[in-house]
Write a protein that binds this ligand. Structure first.
Ligand SMILES: Cc1cc2nc3c(=O)[nH]c(=O)nc-3n(C[C@H](O)[C@H](O)[C@H](O)COP(=O)(O)O)c2cc1C
Length: 188
């Protein structure tokens, strides 16, 4: 697919069918993560989750935060939209209490995280797959070591971001550029 087409076709998809992407397709999405512009010194890990039990554990944890009657931000299942593949990016954050440079290092880390997630979403789109960045189940597992373990997140790492991928029967319109989203200034 032409790159311009990939950009307008990428959209956060919230409805998936049961068709499992092939191993080769999943590998291409992982390769895209590995091809993203990342500095070399952060400790990162990718978990490719297709097991429904582990996904359910994460959605249970999300219910505890987002489905409570007094929740500030109310959301409900399915947080992962029934997608067959959930890819979680985890890593080791820098401790701001221990290291005076930690805040800067974490800013740098999060820039890398954005690059990795975006590369995966664009590659998924190019392959004809639907995708959506997911934060709900990421924040929900923060204090849930059993959930993190079930999802293959290494000891001492935190989930940083995630994306679901799969096939969707929904036809999404191509997106248009909305200049009001981010003001632009030019220095000439
Ligand atoms: C950091 C981040 C976290 C997100 N978390 C969620 C989420 O938990 N659930 C969800 O449905 N969409 C999530 N999204 C998708 C955004 O809602 C979506 O990107 C935004 O509405 C713009 O729409 P578009 O991706 O279709 O252009 C997230 C996106 C980002 C960048």
């Amino acid at each position: 697919m032409d790159f311009g087409k990939v950009l307008v076709k990428r959209v956060s998809a919230r409805k998936y069918n049961d068709r499992m992407p092939g191993d080769d397709e999943i590998q291409k999405v992982i390769d895209a993560a590995l091809l993203s512009p990342i500095v070399r010194w952060h400790k990162l890990h990718l978990s490719v989750v297709t097991g429904r039990n582990a996904m359910n554990m994460a959605e249970d944890a999300a219910d505890e935060i987002f489905a409570r009657p007094d929740a500030k931000i109310k959301m409900h299942r399915p947080y992962l939209y029934g997608a067959p593949v959930w890819i979680i990016l985890s890593g080791k954050k820098y401790d701001e209490a221990e290291n005076p440079q930690a805040a800067r290092m974490n800013e740098n880390l999060f820039w890398n995280v954005g690059s990795i997630i975006e590369n995966m979403e664009l590659q998924a789109t190019a392959l004809g797959l639907a995708s959506c960045g997911i934060n709900t189940t990421v924040v929900a597992m923060r204090d849930k070591p059993d959930v993190k373990k079930a999802l293959g997140i290494p000891e001492g790492y935190d989930a940083l971001a995630s994306v679901v991928i799969g096939y969707s029967d929904t036809e999404y319109p191509e997106r248009s550029v909305k200049p009001e989203l981010i003001p632009v200034s030019y220095v000439r």
